[in-house]
Each structure stands twice: as C-alpha cells, then as structure tokens.
Design a protein around this ligand. Structure first.
Ligand SMILES: C[S@@+](CC[C@H](N)C(=O)[O-])C[C@H]1O[C@@H](n2cnc3c(N)ncnc32)[C@H](O)[C@@H]1O
Length: 286
C-alpha cells in the first residue's frame, strides 16, 4: 500500500466515474458465494451477537441480499418470532427465496422486493431492524433512516454495518497502481466512506447511538476461500470499465495472485457496526 500522508489517507478517495454496481443474477450468485467465506461468516456472528435477537421477536433485514443473515435470524427468533427481508433487487430476492425454500425455518421468513426508502410496513412493526452493507448504495440516506426509525417500535434496536474503503490495506508491487484501482472501485457505491458520517445521520433520524465496533476483514495470506481473493476479479472488471486501462487492471490482479502464490500477501479492510435504539416517543432532533 502506498505511503500517503495520514491527512490524505483519511480524506475520502474521489471516484473518477461513479457507477453503482448492479445486483443482477450474476452479482447475486457471486455475493452469495463471497458471503459464505469464513470472513463474512465471522462478521455475521458479530452482527448477531450485537443485535441479540430473541425468541418471539419481529426482525427486519433491510437490503437482505442472499438472506444468509435472515436465515440465521429465523433460527434465533423461534418460537413465535418472524423475520422479514426486503431488497431492491428482484434477482437477490429470487435467489434467496429459492435457497430458503429448503430451510427448516422458512415458515417464519417473508422476503419481498422493496426499497429501503419506502418500507412496506406499518409504524412500530419491528423489535429490531438490521442492515448490513446496504446504505452505502442508497442515495437518500435521511429518508432511508427515517423509514428505519418509523418501522421500529419505541425502544427497538437498529444495527447498521458498512465499509469505509479508506481503511483498506492491500500489499502491492505498485502502490500508485493500487491507488488508481481503488479510486476507481470507490465508485461502485454511492457512499464508500459512510461509517464516519453515520453518527450524525442516526441522531438526525431520531435514533440513539449505543455502541460502535470495528469489524475487520483480515487476510494475511492468500486463500481462495477469503473475502479479498473473492473480490479481486470483481474489482479488476469494474476498474477496467471505469477509468483504469485493461492492461493496468489485469496487471493489478496478477500481482495480487502472484504475491499470494509466493506467500507475500496482505489484505485488511474495516467494516463498522453501529447499534442504535429508538429512544421512545422523542421527536427526531433537528
Ligand atoms: C452488498 S449486498 C448486501 C446484502 C446483505 N445485506 C448482506 O450483508 O448479506 C447489498 C444489497 O443491498 C441491496 N440494496 C441496494 N440499494 C437498496 C435499496 N435502496 N433498498 C433495498 N435494498 C437495496 C442490493 O440489492 C443488495 O442486495
């Protein structure tokens, strides 16, 4: 990773051409596979520990994607509880429904296509709302967070987890090329540095922040069954379509694979977990 001054490292990378990733059938299958790696399994366990879903609770997963978290939530809220997952992508909902049709707790799960900014539920419908790796793709965050609060019962919990792509450390033979590729990749979502902006956004939505934790994804060696190995080709393809030459993007990916083969690989990326609570009957602060 390049030795940029800390002041620059802390400032958001500018994406040359922002173009949000599309969650189509191919992306849905890829994300399901990527989110089964031990890195993301461990992340889900940390999310579940922090959210602490209990028997009988009604839980909503906003942007449920492949619904791997929904599946675990359904196990934990029984008996009597219910888990709803909504996602903007029909591909994601179809993939998740197909897999969950085989699961023992499917009768307590409802999945539907919907937008985080227009949740199809009445006020105070849920004891807990969770959303992991989703709000970074949502343009209107104040509306999405106001919707989250609206569907949460007074005293209910909200858990949000997102990545700050400035936290990445990825060992490279060519730090300038790594910077260029990651700057292009920052355009794959609308808010690549969302965590640092979340506390005031949560406050403005009328949620009380109770706990923040860092959730690192750490791959000190190359292994195909890791998060970083799984996203190399996605970043390579994205960068080659967004301002990086194909030759540079290919060389970037090849360097990482070669480093892996000779045992000189290092990747680290931070996600941040925010646990907030609906404070009761207080109005949102201005
Ligand atoms: C990176 S995936 C994360 C999936 C899931 N939350 C997880 O952690 O396994 C992002 C998901 O957010 C969904 N998404 C993006 N914008 C959304 C919106 N406005 N409303 C609902 N879902 C949205 C995408 O369709 C995609 O399934």
């Amino acid at each position: 990773m390049t030795a940029v001054p800390s002041s620059e490292r802390n400032s958001p990378r500018e994406a040359p051409i922002a173009s949000q990733i599309r969650f189509d059938d191919t992306a849905a299958r890829h994300i399901e596979q990527l989110y089964r790696t031990p890195d993301v399994v461990a992340q889900r366990q940390q999310v579940l520990r922090a959210l602490d879903p209990r028997p009988g609770e009604r839980v909503l997963d906003v942007g449920s994607g492949p619904a791997l978290l929904v599946e675990e939530l359904a196990e934990r809220v029984r008996p009597g509880g219910r888990v709803h997952g909504i996602d903007l992508s029909a591909s994601m909902v179809a993939l998740a429904r197909a897999r969950l049709a085989e699961q023992p707790h499917r009768e307590r799960i409802v999945l539907q296509v919907a937008d985080a900014t227009r949740l199809p539920f009445p006020a105070a419908a849920f004891d807990a709302v969770v959303s992991t790796q989703v709000y970074e793709y949502v343009a209107d965050l104040p509306t999405a967070l106001a919707e989250l609060r609206r569907v949460l019962r007074p005293g209910g919990r909200a858990l949000i987890l997102d990545t700050d792509w400035d936290s990445i450390v990825w060992h490279s033979a060519d730090p300038a090329r790594m910077e260029q590729v990651l700057a292009a990749w920052a355009g794959h979502c609308l808010h690549p540095h969302l965590p640092r902006a979340l506390p005031p956004l949560l406050r403005a939505a009328g949620l009380r922040l109770e706990h923040v934790a860092v959730v690192p994804l750490l791959n000190p060696a190359f292994d195909p069954d890791t998060y970083s190995a799984g996203i190399i080709s996605t970043i390579q393809r994205y960068a080659a379509r967004h301002g990086v030459s194909s030759d540079q993007a290919d060389a970037w990916a090849e360097d990482l694979r070669q480093r892996g083969a000779r045992g000189d690989y290092f990747f680290s990326l931070n996600r941040y977990l925010f646990l907030a609570r609906h404070p009761g009957d207080h109005a949102p602060s201005p």
